[in-house]
Design a binder for this molecule. Structure first.
Ligand SMILES: Nc1ncnc2c1ncn2[C@@H]1O[C@H](COP(=O)(O)OP(=O)(O)OP(=O)(O)O)[C@@H](O)[C@H]1O
Ligand SMILES: [Mg+2]
Length: 281
C-alpha cells in the first residue's frame, strides 16, 4: 500500500503523489529543444522527484544519464584528472543497466583533463541524443574542477550550436543556488583566483543556460489529484475491511449452524437430517 511521504524523493509506486505531468511537459519542451539549464529552487521543492520522473519518461526514447553529487565526496574535485575519471565512471555506472556495451565505452583512462573529456563526449554523443541530468550540484560549488567542467559543457554547447561538434543534447542541473553566479561567488569567497583577462570579463561558465521559468510549487489542481488518490485507497481499505467483517460473521454463522445441527443429530437423527437437507446457506 502506498504511503504519504514527507522526506526525500517521492516514488510513484510507493507514495501518494501530486500529478505534476503539466510541469514535466513544460520541462520536456526545454529538453527537446536542446536547452542547457538549472532547476534551482529551495530545499524540498520536489527537484529530485521531478528529475526522477523526467528520467523515467525520457529513457523510453533517449539515452538519459542521471547523476547526483550527493554523497560523492571530495576526492572527485581534487584535480581535473580525478574529476574527469570519476565523472566517466559515474556515467558508466548510470548507463550499465540500460546498455552495458555503451556504458563500458565511457570509461577511458586516457581522459585526464577537460579538453580530452570534451573530445570523449563529442565521440560518444555522435549520432545519439543523450540527456545529462545532475542533481545536488550545490555539493560541487566551491570547487575549481566543477567550474572548469561547466566551462567545458558551455564550450561543447556552443560548438554544437555552430554545428562544429557533438555534445549532450540537453543538460539539466538541479540545486538550491543559481550556479550562473557560482564564479562570482567563488571569487568573492576567495575560493577561485581568475586569470587576468578572465578577471575583467567575469564570464559565467554557465551563461549559456536557458532561464528556468516553470512554476515548481504545487497548484490546487495538482494537490487535488493526490487527495483523490488517497481517498480512493481509503475507500478501498474500508470496503475490504467491511468485506472481511461480513465474511467473519458468515463463518461464525456456519460454525454455529453446524454445531446446532450436530447436537440435533445426536438428539434426533431423522429430524436433524430432514432439517439439514432443507437448509440453504
Ligand atoms: N509530486 C509530488 N507529490 C507529492 N509530494 C511531493 C512530490 N514531489 C515532492 N513532494 C514532496 O516534497 C518532498 C521533497 O521532494 P524532493 O526530495 O524531490 O525535493 P528536493 O527539492 O529534491 O529536496 P532537496 O532540496 O532537499 O533535495 C517529498 O518528500 C514530498 O513530501
Ligand atoms: Mg533533492
Amino acid at each position: 500500500m502506498r504511503t504519504f511521504n514527507v522526506t526525500g524523493l517521492c516514488v510513484p509506486d510507493k507514495h501518494y503523489m501530486a500529478d505534476i505531468s503539466g510541469k514535466l511537459a513544460k520541462i520536456r519542451e526545454m529538453i527537446d529543444r536542446g536547452d542547457y539549464f538549472t532547476i534551482n529552487r529551495a530545499r524540498q521543492y520536489g527537484k529530485s522527484t521531478t528529475l526522477l520522473l523526467l528520467a523515467r519518461a525520457l529513457a523510453k526514447e533517449h539515452t538519459c544519464i542521471s547523476l547526483s553529487f550527493v554523497g560523492i565526496g571530495t576526492t572527485i574535485f581534487a584535480s581535473s584528472a580525478s574529476f574527469c575519471q570519476r565523472f566517466l565512471l559515474h556515467i558508466s555506472k548510470a548507463l550499465e543497466s540500460a546498455d552495458e556495451d555503451f556504458a563500458a565505452q565511457w570509461e577511458d583512462a586516457t581522459v585526464t583533463d577537460f579538453d580530452l573529456l570534451g573530445y570523449h563526449i563529442d565521440k560518444l554523443c555522435n549520432g545519439r541524443k543523450i540527456i545529462l541530468m545532475i542533481d545536488e550540484v550545490d555539493k560541487a560549488s566551491g570547487n575549481e574542477a566543477f567550474l572548469h567542467f561547466l566551462g567545458m559543457l558551455r564550450s561543447k554547447y556552443l560548438a554544437k550550436q555552430a554545428g562544429a561538434a557533438n555534445a549532450f543534447h540537453s543538460v539539466v542541473l538541479a540545486g538550491v543556488y543559481d550556479i550562473r553566479n557560482i564564479k562570482q561567488k567563488m571569487i568573492s569567497e576567495g575560493a577561485y583566483t581568475p586569470a587576468d583577462m578572465e578577471h575583467k570579463l567575469y564570464n559565467s561558465p554557465w551563461n549559456i543556460a536557458a532561464d528556468f521559468k516553470v512554476d515548481m510549487s504545487f497548484n490546487p489542481a495538482e494537490i487535488a489529484t493526490m487527495l483523490k488518490n488517497m481517498k480512493q485507497t481509503i475507500t478501498q481499505a474500508w470496503i475490504s475491511r467491511s468485506l472481511l467483517t461480513r465474511y467473519t460473521a458468515l463463518q461464525a454463522d456456519i460454525r454455529s449452524w453446524y454445531r446446532g445441527s450436530a447436537n440435533a443429530l445426536i438428539r434426533s437423527p431423522k429430524k436433524a437430517g430432514r432439517s439439514m437437507a432443507s437448509r440453504k446457506l
